[in-house]
Write a protein that binds this ligand. Structure first.
Ligand code: NAD
Length: 487
């Protein structure tokens, strides 16, 4: 059967990409899922222009109008989930467990959340202040209000791992606060986002408010970052690309939200509940094959519990079944591409070459003639200088570094260019809280890998600039304007 050919959405019209199409590969079967439009830089600029043209009218919509459209969007995605979920599984390789629990429902939850966000008053009243008479103006009481204005046109550029959820975390707050948008999903899996753009049109978003451009190469994203019609780049992706966007965006002083890579340190203290720690760490294997920026991939383990933890993880690994994404028994599906699998395998080899012990080796699991599979992998006896410990692997690989005292654990955790999401496992929660305060990471989980979507989310150091999540998503997509008057 011929695969479906998708189109861009620019200014309310479905149009072909100027560069033709390219095939989207199913990571589990290596078959073509569909043909994505290959946009050109000119297509990207046309989308930016359409969003610019739609901006003044969209800014003037009421919070109620925006909230109603966002709620309608959430409902429509829910209604179409039977169609969206298989598509997302086919193009991302997400397991049924992860896909059905998180890829679609989480996107719905985000649009519901930001429908409420549209109605939130995020402006701030300033207390009256007394100003003396100066040559500038007579003195007296001065009142004021801090307004959060839409930035204007936002390019939402996202990573491949959670296409709809990543996009919803940008599109939701950007639309709620009155911005128009151009979506640029990842090259590997843009099809559900194109379907999503169609849903936006169907529920009644005006032409040009939401546009989508896709492409196999960086040029489409680059064109958006360079466009004077784009005011803000709301980006989720690797630190390498984040740096390029920071540099290229400087010329037009882009507002930037950069949600970048991570190398989550997970400190397992002497007094940790080891079962809890193993459950948290095993999420690196069982949750989207470790293709998660927040994964606790770097276990920093007190020497007194080191053997117990490594033994427990070694015993746990075979319980996580590697298999086709659609099977409910599968815990570890494929990674996104053959190139990425090779990259992960290279990191595993580097662990062996640099003197660590590859205790569980997930390379080329048996039984797969096709698909980009890597099984759970555990690299123990590491030190913090090893390549596999320093660099983000973004696969089902845990590295383990032993330590002797808690200050050393903090030093090892902080000796990283990244600072996105760290973890502390200790039954002394007061001590764990104190350790969290010393960690250079935007987020610290104590005794859990669970999330709080209302918490601000973002990174220290090379893990990014800015915060989203909850109200912070609204703030991130606004400009601050002070309005003052004599009292
Ligand atoms: P990537 O950086 O390779 O690509 C991300 C997006 O940037 C894609 O849409 C890509 O086409 C686009 N892009 C590439 N070059 C560009 C350029 N020069 N200008 C503008 N856009 C450009 O990332 P990926 O491989 O899709 O995703 C994995 C990375 O994303 C990991 O590093 C992971 O940690 C990170 N990530 C971070 C978060 C977070 O919230 N911090 C969440 C998910 C993923």
């Amino acid at each position: 059967m011929a695969s479906k050919t998708y189109q861009l959405l620019i200014g309310g019209e479905s149009v072909d990409g100027g560069g033709g199409t390219y095939g989207i590969v199913n990571p589990a079967t290596e078959n073509i899922v569909g043909e994505a439009p290959e946009a050109t830089a000119a297509d990207a600029e046309a989308a930016a222009q359409a969003a610019r043209d739609a901006s003044p009218a969209w800014k003037r919509t009421t919070p109620e109008e925006r909230a109603n459209l966002l709620l309608a969007l959430a409902d429509a995605i829910k209604q179409r989930s039977d169609e969206l979920l298989p598509l997302i599984i086919a193009e991302t390789g997400a397991t049924l467990n992860v896909g059905s629990a998180l890829q679609v429902p989480q996107a719905v939850a985000r649009f519901q959340r930001y429908a409420r966000g549209a109605m939130q008053d995020i402006n701030v009243a300033l207390p009256p202040s007394i100003m003396p008479t100066t040559p500038l103006a007579p003195g007296g009481v001065i009142g004021g209000q801090v307004l959060r204005q839409p930035v204007g046109v936002v390019a939402c550029i996202t990573a491949y791992n959670f296409p709809l959820v990543n996009m919803a975390g940008k599109v939701g707050p950007a639309l709620a606060t009155g911005n128009t948008i151009v979506m640029k999903p990842a090259p590997q899996d843009p099809l559900a986002i194109i379907e999503f753009a169609d849903i936006c049109r169907e529920v009644g978003f005006p032409p040009g408010v939401i546009n989508v451009v896709t492409g196999s190469a960086p040029e489409v994203g680059q064109a958006l970052v360079e466009s004077p019609n784009i005011d803000m780049v709301s980006f989720t992706g690797s630190t390498g690309v984040g740096v390029k966007i920071y540099e290229a965006g400087a010329k037009t002083m882009k507002r930037l939200l950069l949600e970048l890579g991570g190398k989550g340190a997970c400190i397992v203290c002497e007094d940790a509940d080891i079962t809890k720690a193993i459950t948290g760490l095993a999420s690196v294997w069982g949750f989207h094959s470790g293709q998660i920026c927040t994964a606790p991939t770097r276990a920093i383990v007190h020497r007194s519990v080191y053997d117990q933890l490594v033994g427990g993880l070694t015993a746990t690994a075979p319980n996580l079944k590697v298999g086709p994404p659609e099977s409910p028994e599968t815990m570890v599906g494929p990674v996104i591409t053959g190139v990425h699998r090779d990259r992960i395998e290279g990191y595993i080899q580097s662990g062996a070459d640099e003197g660590a012990d590859v205790v569980v080796d997930g390379r080329r699991p048996e039984g797969f003639d096709r698909g980009f599979y890597v099984g759970p992998t555990l690299i123990a006896n590491c030190n913090n200088d090893m390549t596999a410990v320093r660099e983000e692997i973004f696969g089902p690989v845990i590295v383990v570094v032993p330590y002797d005292d808690d200050d050393e654990a903090i030093a090892i955790a902080n000796d990283s260019p990244y600072g996105l999401y760290d973890y502390v496992f200790s039954e002394d929660t007061g001590k764990a809280y104190g350790m969290a305060q010393q960690l250079q990471a935007g987020h610290v989980g104590i005794n859990t890998a669970q999330r709080n979507h209302e918490a601000p989310f973002g990174g220290f150091k090379m893990s990014g600039v800015g915060r989203d999540g909850g109200d912070w998503g609204l703030y991130a997509h606004t400009e601050i304007q002070s309005v003052i008057w004599p009292g």
